[in-house]
Every structure is written in C-alpha cells, then in structure tokens.
Design a protein around this ligand. Structure first.
Ligand code: FES
Length: 103
C-alpha cells in the first residue's frame, strides 16, 4: 500500500480558494488516475468535494473533467498519478465551486 498526499484548492467561487490536504491509500503498483483519487476522497473522506464526475465519459472524450494537476491543465480521467504528492486546482478562472468551472 502506498500513500498519496493530495492538495486540493477548494472554494465557493473564484478568489476564495483554500488548499485542503488529504491522504489517499492506493494498492502498490495500481494505476491510479486523478479521477480515481477525487472519487476516493469524495466517497471516503469528504462528501462535500465538488468535481465533475457524474455522467462523465471517463474516456478522455468529453473534456469536462479538466483540472490543473501540479500546475498543468489535464483531464482527471486520463491523468495518471505516480508521485507521492499531487496538487489539484480548478483549471479556469470562473470557478463555480471547488474544481468545477464555468465554460
Ligand atoms: S470524463 Fe470525459 S474527458 Fe474526462
């Protein structure tokens, strides 16, 4: 089992963000996406975390799960996490809540 420290910029609207820190356990050698990590946090630690998941394609086709991962814009369903720590932020300036942006 390995632990991934996950920093997530959360807030109700643009400019009101605060960095929240979580730790997620993953099986050794398991391929883990940013989406897997967000779902784990939502299901097991913090049910208030807002991110685009429901009814999403999860196949890097719809583009709705876009977030910033360590400063670079990525698709959460496609981006694999191999590091022991990762920072996830909303990708745009029009933040609706947490990792969900308008437009
Ligand atoms: S869920 Fe559609 S691109 Fe990620």
């Amino acid at each position: 089992m390995r632990k991934i420290v996950v920093n997530i910029l959360r807030g109700a609207e643009t400019g009101s963000g605060r960095m929240c820190r979580y730790t997620v356990d993953v099986d050794d050698g398991a391929a883990v996406s940013v989406m897997n990590i967000l779902e784990d946090i939502y299901e097991n630690q913090d049910h208030t975390l807002a991110f685009f998941s429901h009814a999403a394609c999860r196949q890097a086709a719809c583009g709705k799960c876009m977030v910033k991962v360590d400063g670079a814009v990525k698709l959460a369903c496609k981006e694999r996490v191999d590091a022991d720590e990762v920072t996830i932020e909303p990708y745009g300036r029009n933040v609706v809540r947490d990792l969900i942006c308008e437009g």
